[in-house]
Design a protein around this ligand. Structure first.
Ligand code: CP3
Length: 354
């Protein structure tokens, strides 16, 4: 993951969108909104086109990826699309034996536990993921002025699946490696940083307007461990894509104590879950960064009046921010009523119209 030279490109079709302006901390016509996991099982049209097609296979079909990515944009009028893929796609693309089990998540055939296992993590090249370049080409044409967010899993969150062999609540094997063999752990995260950076570069070169690094499970770590054992690898990813000038978003769940460090890692926008109000999050992150968040996704199961009241709380806490991208504090839950999401987008747009 070498540093990319700064390129002076003419402003793109998406440059003046509310989403990119908010990421750059410029004045916006309204607070932009998108939802993590906005494409997916909450939408009947998604369930229909995915019928009979395994998750990871669906990610390799450019027309299908394009359709699924566009579905929530059409339905909800969100301010950005997020590329339909998964954090394990680049790992599958370099030949690791893994799958996504419905209702479970990523499962790895042979977990990474020893130094010899590292040899299975080879570099990723654009030729490994031709379908990404093709799908993003199709998408940016269809999206016009609506930005496309590319994404990848951060080294720690990827390592948590690779070392555990699947989803975990405790991360005991990953943490055992982190504490017990810090050199092996550092080398593992460094390998993953290179793969992640290469995967993000493919997406940006193909036309993604912003990127989000998902360190979903980093909240399992104490700040000192995060700083020592995780931040260097995530910082390497952010440095590798800095030269493109696209906003870099950094998100994790339960990361209230890590918000400052996650900003320090090199993010332009820090994602916040629902546990820390945005004004307090801004104090923890410090100046010079925008924030993204942070409505509790379960609020959407409450009646409309309650959703609106909780949304006002988020917007009030965001009132003094340098830049705010409205989102949920984590992904849309599959059983969410999609109409509640459409209403939420409209409510935020109307309430924040300037
Ligand atoms: O709309 C979007 O947000 C884009 C698509 C997207 C998916 N995965 C598609 C998907 C994104 C951004 C991801 C990221 C992802 N994948 C993360 C980070 C985000 C987060 O939620 O914290 C993580 C941890 C994963 C790993 C993963 N993949 C899990 C935990 C699961 C859920 C397993 C299940 O069935 O409940 C997946 C599968 C997955 N990725 C689905 C989708 C739409 C559901 C599978 C399906 O529809 O068949």
């Amino acid at each position: 993951a070498n540093e990319t030279p700064v390129r002076h490109q003419p402003p793109t079709a998406t440059y003046d969108s509310a989403f990119l302006k908010a990421c750059r901390r410029e004045p916006v016509p309204h607070t932009p909104v998108w939802f993590m996991r906005q494409a997916g099982r909450s939408l009947p049209e998604y369930r229909k086109v995915r019928e009979g097609i395994p998750m990871l296979e669906s990610c390799t079909r450019p027309e299908l990826v394009t359709e699924i990515t566009l579905q929530p944009v059409r339905r909800h009028d969100v301010d950005a699309a997020i590329y339909y893929s998964d954090i394990v796609v680049p790992l599958k693309a370099i030949g690791l034996g893994l799958d996504i089990k419905p209702g479970v998540g990523p499962v790895v055939e042979e977990p990474i536990r020893t130094r010899a296992d590292l040899a299975r993590l080879r570099d990723l090249t654009p030729e490994d993921v031709p379908y990404v370049t093709e799908a993003i080409g199709l998408l940016t044409k269809e999206l016009g002025q609506t930005p496309l967010i590319g994404f990848a899993g951060a080294p720690f969150t990827l390592a948590s699946y690779l070392v555990e062999g699947g989803p975990s609540r405790t991360y005991e094997n990953a943490k055992a490696m982190m504490y017990g063999d810090p050199e092996l752990w550092a080398d593992l995260l460094d390998r993953l940083a290179d793969i992640t950076a290469a995967f993000l570069k493919v997406q940006i070169e193909a036309g993604a307007s912003a990127v989000q690094l998902f360190d979903s499970w980093a909240g399992a770590l104490a700040p000192a461990d995060y700083r020592r054992s995780v931040l260097p690898a995530s910082a390497k990813v952010f440095r590798a894509v800095a030269g493109y000038g696209v906003p870099r978003i950094h998100f994790g769940v339960g990361t209230g104590e890590l918000l400052g460090l996650m900003g320090e890692a090199g993010a332009d926008v820090v994602g916040v879950d629902w546990r820390v109000p945005l004004d307090e999050a801004a104090r923890r992150v410090g100046p010079g960064k925008a924030l993204q968040g942070n409505l509790d996704p379960t609020v959407l199961f409450a009646p409309r009046e309650a959703v609106e009241a909780k949304t006002r709380e988020v917007l009030d806490a965001a009132a003094g921010l340098e830049g705010h991208v409205f989102n949920l504090g984590h992904g849309v839950m599959p059983s969410t009523d999609p109409d509640a999401l459409t209403r939420l987008v409209e409510y935020v747009h109307t309430r924040t119209a300037r």
